[in-house]
Ligand binder design. Structure first.
Ligand SMILES: Cc1ncc(COP(=O)(O)O)c(C=O)c1O
Length: 414
């Protein structure tokens, strides 16, 4: 027999279900299938105590962003009536010629293969919509940049996780899975200064990955926003990607000129230039003419300007990464496996003592005023525990003194 309150609870649940169905009635399967934004793994990250030092975001240091240089080119643009009017008109879907030529020179490709996008995420979504059929399987880094899984949802949620090891995406692992019968439409990896795993894909493995893609007929979505930010070690090269007709090379000005510009680019194999351009033409027509004009002026009026910005940024990040690694080694000796980063914005240390509970440490650290992303946030298959013993520290927008203080607080949390 049901009681009055139980009947009311059932009726309430029924009303909720009908309301939910009503909300979804007019939506496409695509819109219904997109997941809600992934919240914080732990509530303590969303509501930090006052004075907390945040190591959460992989964002450029404010000091590294070229505010004055943009103020100058912006004033020049609006004082030049022809340039100002061009900035207010439609442009071509591929992007401005000057910008495409500049990018093509740096990438060592024909300008016809460059498409200017609205940032890296836009490039990833265009790549997925073009080469991943609905419901197909895509091999992805594990740990993975979560933004790629969101982009992937426009076509599929089926993934084949591939471990990221000391020299990057484990190509051998994927080769074994393919030999055992797995079929994929594409593979996704961040080859330089991985987010979150900090490592880079070695030159022989870049070659092996592209050979595997050519042999099995899948595309490789190569996501490379940290490429410019090297401060140690050897460049492993991107020619192997840019000369293959199986690679879609995605890049962005986000980590060098600032995420607010929303400008990036794709280097496409010849056969994908028209399909991707037609697709982008349906979605957003073209990247803002004004934005492109400003970036174009900044990087072409003074030939060394972009490299100067990059040199300034990498000098800052070298110092910050060094301060963080030294502080961890001094204040928490043996607590982590720590590898000094060679570039990028992240440190991905692993807890050495199995008795330390990462979730409890995260909460204690937050209570002591330091927050970071737990490794589990980046697992390709959440809950599997593949990254549970890692922490991701983003050091880019914190000073060396703040980083030392953050490690001091972490040490107290231990
Ligand atoms: C690996 C990776 N790819 C892509 C992006 C997105 O870049 P954008 O801001 O240009 O969309 C990010 C941003 O953090 C990233 O870490």
């Amino acid at each position: 027999m049901t009681t009055g309150p139980e009947r009311e609870a059932e009726a309430q649940a029924g009303r909720e279900t009908r309301r939910e169905a009503g909300r979804e009635a007019g939506l496409t399967a695509l819109a219904r299938g997109l997941s809600a934004p992934k919240g914080f793994v732990d509530a303590s990250l969303a509501a930090p105590v006052p004075g907390t030092i945040s190591l959460l975001g992989g964002i450029p240091a404010p000091e590294a962003l070229p505010v004055e240089a943009f103020a100058k080119v912006s004033a020049q643009l609006w004082q030049d009536p022809d340039a100002a009017l061009a900035g207010l008109q439609y442009a071509r879907p591929h992007g401005s010629d000057a910008l495409r030529h500049w990018i093509a020179r740096r990438e060592g490709v024909d300008p016809g293969r460059v498409l200017v996008t609205n940032g890296g995420m836009h490039g990833l979504t265009l790549a997925v919509l073009t080469v991943v059929e609905r419901g197909a399987t895509v091999a992805v880094d594990d740990p993975v940049f979560p933004g790629f899984l969101w982009a992937l949802e426009v076509s599929t949620t089926r993934i084949l996780p591939v471990p990221v090891v000391a020299d990057g995406f484990d190509v051998e692992h994927l080769a074994r899975r393919l030999a055992a019968g797995a079929r994929i439409a594409a593979a996704y990896t961040v080859p330089d200064f991985h987010n979150p795993a900090q490592v880079s894909l070695s030159a022989p493995k870049r070659q092996a990955l592209m050979e595997l893609a050519e042999r099995h007929g899948f595309h490789v979505i190569v996501d490379n926003p940290y490429r410019e930010l090297r401060f140690a070690g050897q460049d492993q090269g991107t020619e192997v990607f840019n000369r293959s007709d199986r690679a879609i090379h995605v890049n962005s000005f986000t980590k060098t000129l600032g995420p607010g510009w929303r400008v990036g680019w794709l280097v496409l194999p010849e056969h994908l230039v028209d399909p991707v351009t037609r697709l982008r033409n349906r979605l957003d027509v073209h990247t803002s003419s004004v934005t492109q004009a400003l970036i174009e002026r900044l990087i072409t009026d003074d030939a060394d300007c972009f490299d100067r910005i990059v040199r300034g940024a990498t000098a800052l990040y070298r110092e910050r990464a060094g301060a963080l690694v030294d502080a961890l080694r001094e204040q928490l000796p043996g607590a982590f496996d720590v590898m000094a980063p060679e570039g990028g914005l992240f440190l991905w240390p692993r807890l050495t003592d199995d008795a330390v509970d990462p979730a409890a440490l995260l909460r204690r650290a937050a209570a002591h005023g330091v927050i970071y992303q737990p490794g589990e946030y980046f697992e390709a298959e959440p809950g599997r525990g593949s990254s549970a013993r890692h922490l991701r520290f983003a050091y880019s927008d914190r000073t060396p003194a703040q980083l030392r203080e953050a490690v001091g607080r972490l040490a107290r949390a231990f």
